[in-house]
Design a protein around this ligand. Structure first.
Ligand code: NAD
Length: 354
């Protein structure tokens, strides 16, 4: 197949890890007989420096012609002034808004080879393989609010429409159907009206997926289960704020941010793919960044936007094989053990990709 991918390497370690993602895509193209073309576009701090805006019109125009976007990370101390008129993350938010990227998918898989590096007891992490589906465009982050000003109160509004919940739920049910067929929908229906609507809408969608086993889990209980028994979850569906908090909690299970990919999708499966980590200015430019989060994001790009499941699985198997063979970057190496750099780690994954 032919596909066109826009890369927005961004800031800090972004360019280093996106370069590894492109190496993997080029190998997949050669191995499976596809033609992938790339355009590199400015986003975030580097775009502010070059053009005075975090999301230049040229970048938007490039993305509009693409089949998918591969993003590194944006931001860093240089642009951190909270009073600055433009900030790097506005570029990312602008892309989400422009393309209506309402479903944020974050897999959290614990590799056996790395269980001893994680903060939970290794036996609790056996078999952990969770896919979070977080609704990304609604909820309390976008509801009406009143700032405190000089007064004595302020408020934010948690608001969902049935349609917003339904479209996120459909993504989650479909994902569960392709996995272990279990879906946990997170809410706070015992207290919040918007969450009672959430539960009702999820139940309505469930009627179209009788093969998927649905449970409703209160957000506080979910936070606890993620630590006590994370292996009980397959797909977890959550609203914007609860998903924000729970995915950060779950990311700790993997032992390093450098392992975790993500996708943000719209109704037509156009997507923005990025590692969940930031620009890691402390290690930028030193060939130390773990490229696996980006490489697994590339696998998601192939799976969700290009519908190339076999190619996605080939990448995931190559990552697994590299880890099983003992390949480690510094963030996942035992303390004092030798570590590979960004490029050498990718070399090992390419070796197993064949
Ligand atoms: P960070 O994720 O950049 O780094 C946190 C820690 O994890 C650092 O010690 C870093 O070295 C390490 N780390 C991160 N990715 C790694 C990798 N691939 N390999 C090895 N180690 C890795 O978070 P931060 O330091 O809080 O943020 C730095 C900048 O990134 C800030 O400007 C922040 O706003 C931005 N940020 C951007 C995004 C994004 O672009 N989506 C996400 C989070 C943070």
């Amino acid at each position: 197949m032919q596909a066109h991918i826009v890369t927005t390497p961004g800031d800090g370690i972004g360019p280093e890890v996106v370069a590894q993602g492109v190496r993997i895509l080029n190998r997949v193209a050669a191995k499976f007989g596809h033609q992938f073309t790339f355009t590199e576009a400015l986003l975030g701090g580097c775009a502010i420096d070059a053009l005075g805006t975090p999301l230049p019109a040229e970048t938007l125009a490039d993305c509009e012609k693409a089949d998918a976007i591969l993003l590194g990370a944006v931001g860093g101390p240089k642009w951190d002034d909270p009073t600055a008129p433009v900030r790097p993350e506005q570029g990312l938010l602008g892309l989400r808004k422009r393309f209506d990227l309402f479903a944020n998918l974050r897999p959290v898989k614990i590799y056996d080879a790395l269980r001893s590096q994680a903060p939970l007891r290794p036996e609790l992490l056996q078999g952990v393989d969770i896919l979070f589906v977080r609704e990304l465009t609604g909820d309390v982050y976008f509801g009406a609010r009143r700032e405190q000003g000089s007064g004595t109160d302020a408020y934010d509004t948690m608001i969902y429409t049935v349609d917003e919940v339904r479209r996120a739920a459909v993504v989650a049910f479909e994902a569960a159907r392709g996995r272990r067929k279990k879906l946990a929908s997170v809410d706070k229906a015992n207290v919040l009206a918007s969450m009672r609507l959430w539960r009702r809408a999820v139940n309505e969608v469930a009627a179209d997926f009788p093969d998927v086993q649905l449970e409703h889990v209160l957000v506080d209980a979910c936070a606890m289960h993620l630590i006590r028994n994370p292996a009980r979850f397959d797909v977890v569906l959550a609203g914007n704020m609860f998903g924000d908090i729970l995915t950060d909690e779950a990311s700790v299970l993997a032992g390093s941010l450098g392992m975790l990919p993500s996708a943000s999708l719209n109704q037509s499966a156009f997507g923005l793919y990025e590692p969940i980590h930031g620009s890691a200015p402390d290690i930028a430019g030193q060939d130390k960044a773990n490229p696996i989060a980006t490489i697994l994001s590339v696998a998601m790009l192939l799976r969700y936007s290009l519908k190339l499941e076999a190619e996605a699985q080939a990448i995931e198997a190559a990552v697994q094989a590299a880890l099983d063979s003992g390949a480690r970057t510094a963030d996942i190496a035992e303390s004092g053990a030798p570590a590979l750099g960004t490029q050498a780690m990718t070399d090992r994954i390419l070796h197993f990709l064949g």
